[in-house]
Design a protein around this ligand. Structure first.
Ligand SMILES: Nc1nc2c(ncn2[C@@H]2O[C@H](COP(=O)(O)OP(=O)(O)OP(=O)(O)O)[C@@H](O)[C@H]2O)c(=O)[nH]1
Ligand SMILES: [Mg+2]
Length: 309
């Protein structure tokens, strides 16, 4: 009854990939998480939080938008930094739409301008949407001149959308704008999926997030997490995670007085994992000193931080 009628009245379905691009710390991962409704990518107040390409898949009755979150585009001499930037540009090349994000609470500095200009030259043919993020933090009067500056730098962009990724302001308008540029086709991924990351990868990232949040200065940037064991048990999962640190002297700093700091890292990472995985988690943390992991192509590949993504 009425089934064929329903099919023929179906609205067209759009699907495609959207690269999230920008300088570090502008809010790319926050925006993706907000749209997906889960912490698919870790977020911290420190730049260079995201280190590899992460998919966040939003599917509803009219569209499937596959967000490709990328590491912030920055300069850095280490092999890790070079890989991160290469991954971001590679994601841009493959996407259907480019979202170029900036943080309006910061001045439009040389790095941001260069980045905008690099895409504005039309080297890549995809439509560009400029996202002006963190509008919750600025006065309306400051937004208009900023919009005009961006428009001048890239007059041929498809749209310029001010948003607050943290508060979800104007995100629906952004989704509508994105959808206009996506090809009319069926879903690219199983509509039930919301990320391409394995539970093991999520575990490594959730631990790294807590290390980033609890450590200062250069230490987080010399830290990586390797999951040595991820095992389903009768009660949930048991995980052995090794935190790699760049120097012997970082080890006691991460452990903290009487092991307090490491304990907090472990507790918070476990709580986050229990929430996203929906199972009981037992998390064992270890620390290993490895002074040059971030300059070693083989180690970077092993950690999933090679240029393949
Ligand atoms: N006030 C405000 N803060 C935001 C907003 N969006 C993101 N942030 C904050 O900005 C910081 C960086 O956010 P991320 O999402 O990690 O930024 P990113 O662009 O993914 O950074 P990288 O992964 O380092 O390239 C975090 O402290 C966020 O909470 C926003 O709309 N408003
Ligand atoms: Mg990020």
């Amino acid at each position: 009854m009425g089934e064929t009628e329903q099919v023929s009245r179906k609205q067209p379905f759009h699907a495609g990939t959207v690269a999230l691009l920008g300088r570090p710390n502008v809010g790319k991962s926050t925006l993706m998480n907000h749209i997906i409704g889960a912490k698919v990518a870790i977020v911290t107040p420190k730049p260079q939080t995201t280190r590899h390409r992460i998919l966040g898949i939003h599917t509803d009755e009219a569209r499937q938008i596959v967000f490709v979150d990328t590491p912030g585009i920055h300069k850095g001499a280490r092999q890790l930094n070079r890989n991160m930037v290469r991954v971001a540009y590679a994601a841009a090349e493959e996407a259907d739409v480019l979202l170029i994000m900036q943080d309006v609470t910061r001045p439009l500095d040389a790095g941001t301008r260069t980045l905008i200009e690099r895409f504005a030259d039309g080297r890549l043919p995809q439509p560009r949407i400029h996202v002006l993020n963190k509008v919750d933090r600025i006065n309306k009067d400051r937004l208009l001149p900023r919009l005009m500056q961006v428009q001048q730098l890239d007059p041929d962009a498809a749209a310029y959308v001010p948003v607050s990724a943290r508060r979800g302001m104007q995100v629906d308008a952004l989704l509508r704008e994105i959808t206009r540029h996506l090809p009319e086709q069926g879903p690219l991924y199983d509509p039930e999926w919301f990320t391409d990351q394995s539970q093991r990868q999520l575990a490594a990232e959730y631990v790294r997030e807590q290390v980033f949040l609890s450590m200062h200065q250069e230490i987080p940037f010399q830290t990586a997490v390797d999951i040595e064991r991820f095992e389903e048990t009768g009660h949930g999962v048991e995980i052995d995670a090794v935190i790699l640190v760049g120097s012997e002297r970082h080890k006691p700093m991460l452990i903290g007085k009487a092991g307090e700091r490491l304990k907090v890292v472990g507790t918070r990472a476990r709580q986050g994992l229990e929430e996203i995985l929906g199972v009981h988690v037992r998390l064992n943390l270890w620390i290993k000193v490895d002074p040059d992991w971030f300059d070693h192509p083989g180690k970077l590949n092993d950690l999933g931080l090679g240029t393949a993504g």
